[in-house]
Design a protein around this ligand. Structure first.
Ligand code: FAD
Length: 376
């Protein structure tokens, strides 16, 4: 038996690594077990779009978590850079929401409704006429009409961010173990005692399951029925010699993310294909058609690579965050669906407070696991 950890985290994606870094920064003795490699699942595959928010006006718990995270991103990026020397590429590049493009976007788009939503949160949003859009981003097609700009939308290079988190965890003394799949949770007298892998048992005072779409399977083993399913998202990465636009361009679930080095991510699909992470010809063809219609210059770009990741989807679209009732010392932070990168700093701070028994900096009523999630 290994030394007992104060907190054992299951899963080394962006949620588990952020929580480990935050807890270790508060002097907690943390162990993190990852079944594969650290940060190689959805957290690596994601596009890194970080929408803005405003904690003074956000009401719904998911909006509050987005707003809280939005506040934390600049300071987290700076602290990670100072601590590890790794720049995660965080930049407030701004975003443009565009209207329906016939034959490309799936449904007529309610751009006015989206603008009204951002205004209700008192997040800076600018309505763009076709001329404004042309001046701002001349590379965007004149087919694109209704549009607005979110100047505070940011992006991060997730592979770099994960590398920085991993290095930060190492520096803060987290016991990091990859290639260790947790196959069971050990519960004694209604209290968590640790976890089991194929090779050994690990004792812990608290355990937090941050296993993305695999979390449900693990929690079911102690009778907790949280529903988290994998939702595949495919991405195509193109490369231009130099950037031709600088804002993230979003059209419903589809988007273009321009990197400062001339690369452009085109995403993404939402597919229920189990744990299958392969690309399909049809989806990639559709993404490329979308990308080249919105920014015609992309027709000359090189197709560098394609990939897919598995978002952790929940029936309500919001994550499960908090203590698991009935098993003292067991916590869950999983099911962030399309927003896990963006919500990761806020999730880590909220969960660290919750696990350590402190009053969380923000209230997030509505995210918890409740009695209805218990099986018979
Ligand atoms: C194509 C795509 C684009 C996206 N774009 C964005 C975006 O622009 N902005 C945004 O905010 N979000 C985005 N997302 C969503 C975001 O990537 C996810 O919400 C987020 O990565 C979830 O993080 P996680 O740590 O919960 O899950 P994961 O990254 O899946 O990490 C969970 C980890 O737990 C490990 N694990 C699971 N079970 C066990 C076990 N039993 N024992 C040990 N280890 C275990 C897994 O191996 C995995 O490494 C995107 C996702 C995809 C797929």
């Amino acid at each position: 038996m290994n030394q007992t950890a104060d907190v054992l985290i299951v899963g080394g994606g962006v949620i588990g690594l952020s929580l480990a870094w935050e807890l270790a920064g508060r002097g907690t003795n943390v162990r993190l077990l990852e079944q594969g490699q650290f940060g190689r699942e959805a957290s690596w595959a994601g596009a890194g779009i970080l929408p803005p928010g405003n904690l003074d006006a956000a009401v719904a718990p998911e909006d509050r978590l987005r707003a809280f995270s939005h506040q934390l991103w600049p300071q987290w990026s700076q602290s990670l850079r100072e601590e590890t020397g790794i720049d995660n590429g965080y930049v407030a590049c701004g975003g443009i929401g565009v209207g329906h493009i016939p034959g490309i976007s799936e449904n007529p788009r309610d751009v006015a409704g989206e603008i009204a939503f951002w205004q209700s949160e008192r997040v800076p949003v600018e309505t763009l006429s076709p001329d404004d859009l042309r001046r701002l981003e001349p590379a965007v097609s004149s087919e694109v009409r209704a549009a607005y700009r979110l100047p505070r939308l940011a992006q991060v290079r997730n592979p770099r961010h994960l590398k920085a988190l991993l290095a930060g965890c190492e520096r803060r003394g987290v016991d990091l173990r990859c290639g260790e799949r947790v196959c069971d949770l050990t519960v004694a007298n209604g209290r968590i005692a640790g976890v089991e892998t194929a090779a050994q048992r690990y004792a812990a005072r608290s355990v937090c399951v941050c296993g993305g779409p695999w979390s449900g399977e693990l929690l079911r083993r102690c009778g907790v029925a949280v529903e988290i399913v994998p939702v595949r998202g495919q991405i195509a990465l193109l490369a231009l010699k130099a950037p031709v636009f600088r804002h993230v361009v979003e059209c419903g679930p589809r988007y273009l993310v321009p990197r400062p080095d001339g690369r452009v991510l085109i995403g993404s699909t939402q597919e229920h294909a189990g744990f299958d992470k392969r690309n399909t010809a049809g989806a990639i063809e559709e993404l490329l058609r979308f990308g080249t219609r919105v920014v015609p210059a992309l027709a000359d770009a090189t197709l560098e690579r394609t990939w897919a990741g598995l978002r952790p989807g929940t029936p309500s679209g919001v994550p499960y965050l908090g203590a698991v009732p009935g098993v003292q010392g067991l916590f869950v932070a999983a099911g962030h669906f399309r927003a896990g990168l963006q919500m990761s700093p806020g999730t880590a701070v909220f969960m660290a407070d919750t696990i350590l028994g402190r009053q969380p900096a923000i209230s997030l009523d509505g995210f918890g696991v409740n009695a209805s999630h218990f099986g018979d």
